[in-house]
Structures are given as structure tokens and as C-alpha cells.
Design a binder for this molecule. Structure first.
Ligand code: S6P
Ligand code: ZN
Length: 197
């Protein structure tokens, strides 16, 4: 398993293979399955049944060799598989950066979205290849695959920003993204029967 490089290092280039979306050189690879997302979907029983069935991979995060340390600017490629749990599109766990710093995402393939929540306001940014999504400091963010093929994006973020996943467990995300009869639906996080738009 490749690891992060140890700073300080010389300037270097990273090749992005546009076919496989592999980075070279490459760092650690993280894999998240449905069982890693238990308790996050609106329908926990349906998620549990899917975990029992085949515990599908929901997403992978392939990091470059740049470490998450102060002063560095790490990158990673997230690939979210297409899928739904009771109509709710597959998503990433979602987090907020405890050191409030911005982050950018660049869409690489597929159709998806960035759900952003500051504790009161919720914003959904549709994402597609070549679209840059900007996450301002302090906004929790979760990515959603709203298509029927892989949705992948490049993330670039400050190395000392950290990742707080508990904030999301406590505050939720303001909205959930579902496949509706006439397309994508944003529904209330705590009352998924009620549509926001
Ligand atoms: C890191 C950046 C992404 C996510 C990745 C997985 O700051 O936002 O690389 O880590 O998309 O999402 P999560 O919420 O499981 O970390
Ligand atoms: Zn982030």
C-alpha cells in the first residue's frame, strides 16, 4: 500500500490518467462500504438489509502522496458508485473542517452534487465534469452521485484543516437527495417525507 510522502520534498508533478482516474504517484486508498454508512441513510432498515445482502462499496478515496500536514495542499480523487437506498442517492459520509478553511472540487466524470450546510442554510451545487465547486470555510460538505454511472471528482484542501465527522452526526445536513418521479428531489433531512424542492 503506497503511503504519504514525508515533507519536505522537492516540487513534483502528478499524472492524472483520464481513463482510470488513477494518480501517479499515488498515496493511500480508502474504501467505504454501505456498512461504513449505517445510520446515515433516511431508511436505516433498508441500509441494514443491503449490508446483509452484499455490503456494496459506495465510494473510494484515492489520495496523492502529499500528506495532511500544516502548510501542505493535499489532493484526492473520490469515486462514488451509482446506487440508492430507498430512493436516496449514494453519498459520502460528509464532514466539516475543524480549522475553517476553504476547499475546491473539480468534477471529473459522471453526474453528482455537493450538499453544503452551515448549520442553518443548505445549498445543493450540481456537479459535472470540468465544473469547479467551491466550499467556503465552515460549511459541512457531502457529495452525492445523482447519476447512473460513477461520479468522480478531484478535491484540493489545506493539509491542517482536519476532518470532523461527528458534527454531521449531531447537526445532520439540512437536506437529503432522492430520485423522484420527475427527477432529483431535495427533502428535509429529519423528515424525508417532506420535499424542500
Ligand atoms: C477532503 C475532501 C474529500 C472527502 C471525500 C470523502 O477534505 O472533502 O476528499 O474526504 O470526498 O468524503 P468523506 O466525507 O467521507 O471524507
Ligand atoms: Zn473536505
Amino acid at each position: 500500500m503506497p503511503d504519504f510522502a514525508i515533507p519536505p520534498f522537492q516540487p513534483f508533478a502528478i499524472e492524472l490518467d483520464r481513463g482510470s482516474l488513477a494518480l501517479a504517484p499515488t498515496g493511500p486508498l480508502l474504501t467505504r462500504r454501505l456498512s461504513d454508512l449505517e445510520g446515515l441513510f433516511a431508511d436505516p432498515a433498508a441500509c441494514e438489509a443491503a449490508v446483509e445482502h452484499d455490503d456494496e462499496v459506495v465510494y473510494t478515496v484515492a489520495s496523492s502522496t502529499v500528506p495532511e500536514t500544516a502548510g501542505e495542499l493535499p489532493q484526492s480523487i473520490t469515486r462514488i458508485r451509482p446506487g440508492r437506498v430507498s430512493g436516496e442517492f449514494y453519498f459520502t459520509k460528509g464532514h466539516v473542517h475543524p480549522v475553517a478553511e476553504g476547499e475546491i472540487y473539480l468534477g471529473l466524470e459522471g453526474e453528482g452534487g455537493l450538499l453544503l450546510y452551515d448549520g442553518s442554510q443548505v445549498i445543493f451545487l450540481p456537479m459535472a465534469p470540468d465544473r469547479i465547486g467551491y466550499i467556503p470555510p465552515g460549511w459541512a460538505h457531502r457529495s452525492v452521485n445523482t447519476g447512473d454511472s460513477d461520479y468522480s471528482f478531484l478535491a484540493v484542501y489545506p493539509g491542517a484543516a482536519g476532518h470532523d465527522y461527528d458534527w454531521v452526526l449531531e447537526h445532520g445536513f439540512g437536506a437529503r437527495v432522492f430520485a423522484g418521479d420527475a427527477g432529483l428531489e431535495l427533502r428535509s433531512y429529519t423528515d424525508p417525507g417532506s420535499r424542500i424542492r
